[in-house]
Design a protein around this ligand. Sequence first.
Ligand code: UD1
Length: 420
Amino acid sequence: MAIEICGGNRIQGEIEIQGSKNAVLPMMAAALLCDGETVIRHCPDITDVHAMAGVIRGIGGKVTFQKGELKIFSGSVESSSVEEKAVKEIRASVLLLGAMLSRFGTVQIQYPGGCSIGSRPIDLHLKAFRTLGIKTREGEEYIECREEKNFPFTGKEIREKRVSLAFPSVGATENVLLLAVKREGITILENAAREPEIVELCHFLCDMGARIEGAGTKEIRIEGVKKLHPVMWYLSSDRIALFSYSMLVAGCGGDAFFRTRENIPLAEEEVLLRIGCLIEKEEKGIHIRKEGPIGAIPYLCTKPYPGFPTDGQSPLMAVLSRANGVSTIEEGIFENRLRMISQLKKMGADIDTVSNRARITGVTKLHGAKVYADDLRSGAGLLIAAAMAEGETVVEQEEYIYRGYEKVEKTLRELGVIVR
Ligand code: UD1
């Protein structure tokens, strides 16, 4: 199977923006920090959530998912060793390190997988753990971490431990949070990631009874508590899905209404405006309209939040391939995220790359071709390019797209795209 799109239609329609993938995955790990049933509503029906559910079931948790409601009962989790094959399929399984360390004081897990968008090491996670007195061992297949009982903390350190990340890694920030919320004393995390998903995780943990200050800033202060309790949570909308569908409007022209409670982050809004979109915020969502030529973007580099997100880069690149002028995009986070270019070129795009920089000369039209996704966001970029192109495009390896986009064919049809 592949996704077949007959391009050229204008976009017209209204959709609900799915719940946030990158927010729900760490929350699923956080559910292991208490013993009752955690309920997450507005949860996206995507394969990454199902893979994470499989991993949690593998260690004894009970997980159900019905009509957007995810329930995790963690009282039955009893194994500190994660053997599940699914660990290899999903990068977010690395977050079980912090959660299981918190629960059992020890964890053994296979190396996590995920999209092949670069080397994706976990050195920052492990270094932060070691600073906090965790012993780590990286075997050939497994990582083992455990609390070191007699770690020589002295004086003030017994109450207050500082850990500083060399780079504001999203996953490492989440892992430190998961480890620290139930640890004795105060943990101060410096150079923390500031992504909205980090802020949402902190709010979620605070609802469970955690004490966290500084979420959304570079310094997060966590005061350990003895016990956390389960909560019911309504998940925010996925800002990357919102940006991706906005790019569909930008690329094809048209008018769409996106039901969401959140705003478009500033960096994405700026890009939409530069391309020439009209954005109208309403009580129940966001209206995006686009007429006329696509504006080029002379230079843009992907950065940690509040910079422009690497996850939005491929959808943007697809749109800029038909811009009026030359654009330059530098991928500043994941080295393999320019691989989609070889596929866009099959569709007639004019793009040159030097190292992690792409120079995109807008062409007047794209044409249909047989292409393949090699990660989640390149898949989204190719779907957008397919909808913009003349003729039929077949997007293969669509399983990458299902990792993060809920009912993508149905959603595209609701927006007026012809999906066969
Ligand atoms: C998360 C998101 C992903 C997003 C990324 C950057 C989830 C489930 N995934 O991934 O969609 O693209 O943030 O916004 O939330 N790095 C190291 N050592 C480490 C950790 C990271 O060198 O120990 C490097 C990575 O290789 C990469 C950069 O830091 O170059 C960013 O990684 P990180 O912020 O950790 O991303 P993830 O948490 O994997």
